[in-house]
Design a protein around this ligand. Structure first.
Ligand code: MN
Length: 468
């Protein structure tokens, strides 16, 4: 199931359908029998296969539009979509984020082939319910594109979107860019123009998670990842520009001074965000391709976690490298919900340096709660290897850093209103020790062994001879 060689990788995938065909051709697209239940069944299948296969579910809940999930099941899939070896993924992503490519507007687009003016979202679209205590169906893979009311600059990100009524969506806006634009509009007493875009290529999806400055249109990062300007089209009922090749677009307005109950919803820390009054979007128009596909992301599932991890890792790595050029790589572990626990690989030059790097890493993102620093011989993408390094190179009385009362994640239920302790573990080998003490055992030839060449051609006969 794994992609074999970097040299076999095609150019970046700039559209969703070729990516699905590519997954199918490499046996990574599970096509379900028609009619799976939108309530839990699609999410259950997606979750069961989340480390190895995308899914395509025809006629979900008896509806005509198929649902897809698990577009990205592993870090290596991102590299594959981008057409680079995995080792270059973070660097390539950072370069794209630093060098955005302006989009190109087109007058007509596939995403506007079909237009619906009478909106009943759950009848129009196959919107799944994912986790047990979710309040109901949620659009989870919708790129929410908004426009700065003063400058027209766009912002792209994903927010969880609860279906609250036929054309009504409850949306959680954390203190990020969409909220900044909304507050500008709300002060002026006007709604914020928005579009929710469902069904985009994997790189545009990834660009929506970029940690970019306010005013940077993330669709330009998609262009940089694609290596060519992204085609966009103007919405029919407002001025938002949306990817022309997308599957489905919901055009609407984020209402000023309206708050309604939203949640609970299963989130990335593997707990529920609770029901509270949140913002509301009213949908004015739905457009889609003639035969659209609906993408869903299971809340707290691997696709959700990985999409957040990559851009963060790229940003953290760039920050650390600026001060510590001997930082080689970083990894946000899955056990740390791809947000809270960071592993840093360094080429150690002086004693004590790992502790400086730990302190710097805490400063790169408030979500980071634990940092483990390891040497270059430790595979930071292998949790067992990292744990081994801590087990055999770390002493708590000497190598531990504790910071209490720092800013942390509000979604971490063990934090008090977002105030959290930080822990750093220096699991590097001390400099100047007898090198034999830390020489890792290895069996020569294990990695390069060709199993086929060692297989007995007449194994069954031999077994009979030996065992009688
Ligand atoms: Mn942004």
């Amino acid at each position: 199931m794994r992609w074999r060689e970097a040299s076999m990788q095609p150019a970046p995938f700039r559209q969703l359908r070729p990516w699905l065909r590519h997954l199918a051709s490499s046996e990574r697209l599970f096509i379900a029998r028609p009619g799976l239940d939108l309530r839990f069944e699609i999410a259950a299948l997606a979750k069961r296969l989340q480390t190895r296969s995308a899914i395509l579910c025809p006629e979900p809940g008896g509806q005509g539009i198929p649902v897809i999930a698990n577009l990205l099941c592993d870090r290596s899939w991102f590299a594959e979509a981008l057409g680079v070896p995995q080792a270059e993924l973070l660097e390539r992503y950072r370069r794209a984020a630093d060098n955005p490519v302006a989009w190109r507007e087109v007058p007509d687009a596939p995403v506007q082939e079909v237009i619906h003016e009478r909106i009943d979202l759950v009848r129009l679209l196959p919107i799944p319910t994912h986790n047990e205590l979710d309040s109901g169906p949620y659009i989870t893979a919708g790129l929410l594109i908004s426009r700065n009311p003063a400058t027209g600059e766009q912002n792209v990100t994903i927010h969880r979107c609860q279906i609250s009524g036929p054309n009504r969506i409850g949306v959680l806006l954390l203190p990020r860019h969409t909220l900044a634009f909304h507050e500008m509009a709300e002060k002026a007493g006007v709604p914020l123009q928005v579009a929710i875009v469902i069904g985009v290529d994997p790189l545009t999806l990834l660009s929506s998670q970029a940690i970019a400055p306010l005013g940077q249109d993330e669709l330009e990062i998609a262009g940089a990842l694609h290596g060519t300007p992204l085609e966009v089209v103007k919405c029919r009922t407002n001025d938002v520009r949306v990817p022309a090749q997308a599957e489905i677009v919901l055009e609407g307005r984020l209402l000023p001074n309206v708050r309604e109950p939203e949640g609970p919803f299963g989130e990335f820390p593997q707990y529920y965000g609770r029901r509270e009054d949140q913002h509301v979007i009213e949908i004015d128009l739905v457009t889609h391709r003639r035969n659209p596909i609906f993408h869903t992301i299971v809340g707290g599932g691997l696709e959700h976690l990985l999409l957040g991890a990559l851009p963060r890792e790229a940003t953290i790595l760039a920050h650390l490298k600026r001060v510590f050029p001997n930082v080689r790589d970083v990894h946000l572990t899955r056990g740390g919900v791809c947000r809270y626990h960071l592993v840093v690989q360094i080429e150690k030059r002086s004693e004590g340096e790992a502790k400086n790097i730990i302190l710097a890493a805490f400063g790169t993102h408030y979500d980071i709660k634990q940092v483990t620093v390891v040497d270059p011989d430790v595979d930071i993408h292998d949790d067992h290897d990292v744990q081994w390094a801590v087990a055999t190179r770390f002493q708590a009385d000497r190598d531990l850093i504790l910071v209490s009362g720092a800013q942390g994640s509000r979604l971490d239920p063990s934090a008090k209103a977002g105030v959290s302790a930080k822990m750093g573990l220096d699991a590097t080998v001390p400099l100047g020790v007898d090198p034999f003490t830390f020489t890792r055992i290895r069996v020569p030839g294990e990695e390069t062994l060709d199993l086929d060449s060692l297989l007995a051609p007449d194994g069954r006969e031999r077994l009979r001879e030996l065992l009688g």
